[in-house]
Design a protein around this ligand. Structure first.
Ligand SMILES: [Zn+2]
Length: 406
């Protein structure tokens, strides 16, 4: 791994340096075995910082970098970097700290887009399977509007992980994260390289991961494209959205039900607490637990697969919720701490929240279940945040796979 030297400034922490350099805290700790990790940094202290891997599409110019050096490292021409970064000073190297855009690696399948909806998920899954034929796909059910809810499986190990995304419509950037992870993991398995610092083939051998990248396709479509006049539920949805043309705050499915308040674990309690009497952009629990086809499909898939551990990917807050009413197994807390170290996110023991997917999973199976609130900002997170948030999640997800016993 390419290393940069970094002189610590007053107030620096591992976390602040890792953030600025866009690497994981653990990678940073590993890169500095010469000092105890728990000792505070002193100003002037020399640290080694891993340079970002080539999958990142932005790079912060480090002291001593030249454009030619960066281009060589990426295996592209200087000219290509200049084309992508017209803001750079002509004939001179960019100053340290400058953010530059990097060329997309050839053959990249999952590309961030402001309309990354159900059709794109379906098309990209097809392309992923053709590029990485060991990825399996399945349809686990369909949405209120009849859209398929798709799943993809990777790995043939005994420990069964599940990851789902976009239970909440305006958190759809999580679908991009899940899809990009499938692609990067698939590619690392094929090339027998590392992913997130772990040997991909080894993770593949130890675990099976089933991903449901978009649990709420109807809701995501509303957030991304608005309400089309020919939508069969246009009149009702428009009323539930109080006539607003913007669906930025829409979390629910097409019947105005919040899918993460639908699971039979304290459902009545959650319904009372939310106090939302009918269909709405968020927080309406529905008429009964699992009344909605999307939540029912996810529950049935979980039961059929008997997962050993699950992660529900949401935005935002950079937090990891790991408990539910003391029903979680002892390893939940330890794993949450490890996931936190890998991602920089904060493990949180939550009270006063019920009926979420992970709550139900923990209550029913007494196995580790996590809600990860990725990224920071206001939902929907802007696409400009994608690469940073993805980096956090990549490290969190590979750490999760590595935590699997056996
Ligand atoms: Zn959410």
């Amino acid at each position: 791994m390419r290393m940069e030297e970094y002189v610590a400034a007053s107030g620096d922490t591992y976390k602040s340096i890792a953030r600025a350099a866009r690497v994981g805290i653990r990678e940073l700790v590993d890169a500095n075995p010469q000092r105890p990790a728990d000792e505070p940094l002193r100003a002037g202290e020399l640290l080694y910082v891993p340079a970002g891997p080539a999958h990142r599409r932005m790079y912060i110019v480090q002291p001593g970098d030249s454009l030619t050096g960066i281009a060589e490292w990426l295996g592209c021409a200087d000219r290509r970097l200049r084309e992508l970064n017209p803001q750079l000073p002509a004939g001179a190297d960019p100053a340290p700290g400058t953010r530059i855009a990097l060329p997309t690696p050839a053959g990249r399948i999952v590309m961030p887009s402001s309309i990354y909806g159900p059709d794109r998920v379906a098309a990209d899954l097809k392309r992923l399977v053709s590029a990485f034929p060991f990825i399996k796909t399945a349809t686990i059910g369909s949405s209120v509007m009849g859209k398929p809810i798709l799943a993809a499986g990777i790995g043939d190990g005994p420990f069964r992980w599940h990851l789902n995304a976009s239970l909440h419509a305006n958190e759809w950037i999580t679908s991009l994260i899940a899809m990009r992870f499938l692609e990067d993991y698939g590619r690392a398995c094929r090339r027998k390289t590392q992913i997130g610092g772990f040997d991909a083939a080894e993770l593949y051998r130890r675990t099976t991961l089933w991903v449901v990248p978009m649990v709420n396709p109807d809701g995501v479509e509303l957030v991304q494209e608005g309400l089309r006049p020919d939508h069969p539920l246009a009149a009702r949805i428009g009323r539930w959205n109080r006539g607003s043309a913007s669906f930025r705050n829409w979390k629910a499915n097409a019947r105005g039900v919040d899918l993460n308040d639908q699971f039979p674990a304290g459902w009545e309690e959650e319904r009372r607490r939310r106090g939302v009497p009918g269909p709405a952009p968020r927080d309406y629990s529905g008429d009964a637990p699992l009344s909605e086809p999307e939540a029912a499909a996810l529950a049935a898939f979980t039961e059929a697969q008997s997962f050993d551990a699950v992660i529900a990917l949401h935005t935002q807050g950079e937090e990891i919720y790991w408990n539910y009413g003391g029903l979680e197994p002892p390893e939940s807390k330890i794993w949450a701490h490890r996931l936190g170290l890998a991602s920089g996110y904060r493990p949180i023991a939550l009270t006063g929240s019920d009926a979420g997917y992970k709550d139900w999973f923990i209550a029913k199976y007494r196995r580790p279940g996590f809600t990860v609130e990725a990224g920071c900002g206001r939902n929907p997170l802007p696409l400009s945040a994608f690469e940073d948030v993805y980096d956090d999640c990549l490290r969190l997800l590979t750490e999760a796979l590595d935590l699997s016993p056996g």
